[in-house]
Design a binder for this molecule. Sequence first.
Ligand SMILES: Cc1cc2nc3c(=O)[nH]c(=O)nc-3n(C[C@H](O)[C@H](O)[C@H](O)COP(=O)(O)OP(=O)(O)OC[C@H]3O[C@@H](n4cnc5c(N)ncnc54)[C@H](O)[C@@H]3O)c2cc1C
Length: 386
Amino acid sequence: MNPLNILSEDELLFQQEIRKFAKTKIKPKVGEMDEKEELDSSLISDCFDMGLMGIEVSSDFGGSEGSFFMSILAIEELAKVDPSLSVFVDVQNTLVNNIFSRWGTLQQKQKFFPRLTSKEVGCFCLTEAESGSDAFALQTKARDEGDSWVLQGKKVFITNAKEASIFVVFANINLEASYKGITAFILEKGMPGLSIGKKEVKLGIRASSTCEVLLDNVKVPKTHILGELGKGYKIAIETLNEGRIGIAAQMLGLAEGAFEGALRYSQERKQFGKTIGSFQGVQFQLAKMACEIEGVKLLVYNAARLKDAGLPFTKEAAIAKYMASEVAERVASLSLEVYGGYGFIKEFPAEKFYRDVKIGKIYEGTSNLQLQTIYKHLEKWELVLA
Ligand SMILES: Cc1cc2nc3c(=O)[nH]c(=O)nc-3n(C[C@H](O)[C@H](O)[C@H](O)COP(=O)(O)OP(=O)(O)OC[C@H]3O[C@@H](n4cnc5c(N)ncnc54)[C@H](O)[C@@H]3O)c2cc1C
């Protein structure tokens, strides 16, 4: 295995390609996308054309056949410039494709992967108005009607729902069995009864769509069940364990983007006849940010490399997400301060990073829920000195 932050030649080339894409194509559109609260359609096409929407998927199904680590690199690089486009790619790879890879039948893979890797967006529909952290209290029901299941309910806060045509929906086939009734279904745009509800207006990652998904007696063929009946809770937990490394990478990239802006500005802005970066006070602010970013990078890469190696990674993923969102929030705030008054206005990128960063502590498990997972692992801690 590679040392954590030393990339292989393939990984380096991949990283450079995305970096170039981010700088030349995404960066000029970031402000406008934030303002309009939508992703630019040509950038969405670019993501498909570059193979970024099926990074780990087998080439037999049109994928790029990369590693999970490469997905993490892509999410990080994109977030340096735009955390919204980053989460767009993140959800497709770490949640939707991941579910199809692990639990999809060969027929499901043959049907959906060529679409997911070439032009169609997927979304992950778990959260409901009354069930967020307590996700398994979900109330969306699925009734057995012979040759199909019929889904009734409402999902909220679904990332990519506006662009999506493939929906992984968690519904309960037997509410009395509680979480043991939860089952994962594949829904497709155009199925009667499936519609997109309210699109949320947000503090940050405004270009990323967050919508309600309405299910009004949607008839779903029996062949559209992912995994086993009643095992949807396991699919959700295990997928989110991996997914949160993606969010950690989004926060890492965001911190790096905010930091780079501040570093550059400190070398240009002059006060008292000198660049502000020549003052030790500012240098120490920047040095502290660099230390925190380096620490988080190792945590995120470690979690991703463990996953690729087939080793346990749940605790490491939770730590990576918890720490990355903490550090990114501090870095986004301090970076904004390096810009002084200019940090507070929209013309400079610091303001947007500061708004975008808040979501890192909320989705795919709030920080409290990450701490809960981390603590569960402490209970198994082997005391060697006590
Ligand atoms: C922009 C955005 C995008 C999202 N994308 C998706 C998506 O694509 N798919 C999807 O299914 N969901 C998505 N979500 C939902 C997201 O995962 C939930 O909002 C999140 O899990 C928190 O749930 P909640 O909002 O209901 O908060 P709550 O669960 O109500 O939590 C409120 C507060 O209580 C705390 N809390 C709750 N339970 C405990 C506990 N046991 N111990 C300690 N503290 C606790 C929480 O930490 C939090 O501070 C998205 C949300 C947003 C805002």
